[in-house]
Design a protein around this ligand. Structure first.
Ligand code: NAP
Length: 320
């Protein structure tokens, strides 16, 4: 029986691993994407994460491709709609002007082929639009039954506070979660004020890049390895500094548990305070199996503390 976690104070409960959808029609073709989605559900996965902008960065794409893949998969497997929570996002490219959010939501619903988006995110903070206005439109979408819950992605701690206070002060449907960059080689992106703020408001936390773009699988050990994926170059900075210590610790725990590095890294992530589910993607069924294995892996206290020690971000000493 897969452990379920509630997303903040919303009624939605999910398994602690969410499948990242930015690979669909980027590094995973449609056939592979369908196979990954099927295998994810078969392994007890319950949440799929996408965005209207995925995967606009691929030459020839315009955004919406990932949602369309998920929509065609659901059309072939209508019985799976009730088994998955679908999260998507708006505003990455065009921002969050109130008049653009409703039409974007309708377009996402159409591509996904569903009546209601389970979790709809502000993809990134748009400081040019008053939060009362953008959250007001999200509230309207909840009342219209087009979305169930609201999420915030790529918000700083002060803006997260402002968003939560704005929702409360205006009687708007409250956001239930924060999606943010976080993994074993980039702990400082969440730990500290941002995590404290999210926890203070009872928000669920969804870390993206949980595998640091694949680095935490151990596939990138030197510069020659960066050719292994179209996203390999994103890993160049990890080859220096703390990255090697983290891989050494993952190698050791992998040796003890018999589980691959990706599985260990995700199990560590899922065990961090406030994490509702780690977000990670796969481009093959073999990769996916290493991700879903993390749902059942419980690391010992000793293994956790060694992984903590190798990954902790130490503040530089103040000279003098
Ligand atoms: N809110 C936001 O602004 C935001 C931003 C970024 C991402 N996200 C979400 O978070 C999700 C996760 O992030 P991500 O997919 O970009 O990065 P990630 O999960 O850190 O890295 C996943 C990639 O690592 C490689 N990989 C995975 N398992 C592997 C294994 N077992 N062995 C070897 N390689 C493996 C695969 O790429 P290759 O096969 O190509 O190496 C895979 O696509 C996204 O899909 C998206 O839904 C949200």
């Amino acid at each position: 029986m897969v452990e379920k976690r509630r997303i903040g104070d919303s009624p939605i409960e999910i398994a602690p691993l969410a499948l990242g959808g930015n690979v669909f029609r980027w590094t995973a073709d449609e056939t592979t994407s369908f196979a990954i989605l099927d295998a994810f559900v078969d392994a007890g996965g319950t949440m799929i994460d996408t965005a209207d902008v995925y995967s606009a960065w691929v030459p020839g794409n315009q955004g919406g491709e990932s949602e369309s893949v998920i929509g065609r998969w659901l059309k072939r497997n209508p019985e799976k709609r009730d088994k998955v929570v679908i999260a998507t996002k708006v505003g990455f490219m065009a921002g969050l002007k109130p008049e653009t959010i409703g039409p974007a939501c309708d377009a996402s619903l159409q591509r996904l082929g569903i009546d209601t988006i389970d979790l709809y995110y502000q993809h990134k903070d748009d400081e040019s639009v008053p939060l009362a206005d953008s959250l007001g439109v999200f509230d309207d979408l909840v009342k219209a039954g087009k979305i169930r819950e609201i999420g915030l992605s790529q918000f700083t701690a002060p803006r997260l506070r402002e968003a939560m206070q704005t929702a409360a002060a205006n009687g708007l449907h409250k956001p239930c979660c924060l999606q943010t960059w976080y993994n074993m080689v980039e702990r400082g992106k969440l730990e500290g004020e941002l995590r404290d703020t999210a926890l203070g408001y009872g928000l669920g936390i969804f870390p993206f890049y949980s595998l640091a773009n694949g680095f935490l699988t151990g596939k990138y050990r030197n510069k020659a390895d960066l050719d292994k994926s179209p996203r390999g170059l994103r890993n160049i900075a990890y080859l220096e500094g703390r990255g090697q210590h983290v891989l050494d610790a993952l190698d050791a725990v992998s040796g003890e548990t018999g589980e691959p590095l990706a599985t260990v890294a995700l199990a560590w992530t899922m065990a961090q305070p406030g994490i509702t589910a780690a977000l990670a993607s796969a481009t093959s069924l073999d990769q996916l199996a290493e991700l879903t294995a993390a749902i059942d892996l419980k690391l010992s206290a000793g293994q956790m503390s060694r992984l903590d020690a190798a990954s902790v971000e130490v503040e530089p000493a103040i000279p003098g």
